[in-house]
Ligand binder design. Structure first.
Ligand code: PNS
Length: 173
């Protein structure tokens, strides 16, 4: 066994939470950067039953696993409930979030303060790569649904899955 556990050191864990419907290059950039800072990065697909996704939670997790497999220290799970409970159950002290623009900050700050007040978990904000500062899963789905090219905004496996899911929807499946 190698790594911090074998040397009696604590494992540094962080979580990257989100809906990931589907994961974009913007999400992947944040996860990849977090893998360099932490021993284990937990990607939590948070289940929101009031939001009907284009992909099922299992499909989202499968796509995330495929596109993060190269990092070797990413664990992908889903969670129904509070993010702070996901963190508590796994002894995760830090949430890593990407900030795309000042407009993200207001709500992200509220969530960070709420989460810290609930359980003491810290939130670390990573400035999004400017290449992806406009990027969101919703926008990608909208552009793709109208036939726009989003291939440069998604990992190839995700682009393929999105293209076929939208084709199924058009055929009424
Ligand atoms: O990708 P999204 O939809 O912008 O991610 C938002 C998400 C899922 C990270 C956020 O809504 C969340 O943490 N939800 C879990 C439920 C929760 O803990 N709510 C209280 C937040 S202070």
């Amino acid at each position: 066994m190698t790594g911090p556990e074998s040397e009696g050191l604590p494992v540094r864990r962080a979580v990257c939470p989100g809906s990931f419907d589907p994961i974009t290059n913007g999400h992947l950039d944040i996860i990849a950067r977090a893998t360099k800072l932490y021993d284990v990065v937990h990607v939590a697909v948070m289940i929101n039953q009031s939001k009907q996704g284009l992909f099922t939670v299992d499909e989202r997790m499968d796509l995330i696993r495929r596109v993060t497999s190269e990092y070797g220290n990413v664990s992908v799970e889903s969670h129904h409930g509070l993010l702070v409970d996901f963190c508590k159950e796994r002894d995760i002290p830090a949430i890593v979030k990407g900030l795309r623009a000042v407009s993200d900050f207001d709500y992200e700050l509220q969530m960070a303060q709420m989460n810290n007040g609930l359980s003491g978990v810290e939130t670390l904000f990573v400035p999004t790569n400017p290449t992806y500062s406009f990027l969101s899963s919703s926008l990608v789905k909208e552009v793709a649904a109208w036939g726009g090219d989003v291939s440069h905004l998604l990992p190839p496996a995700v682009h393929e899955a999105l293209t076929s899911r939208l084709a199924e929807r058009r055929e009424g499946k």
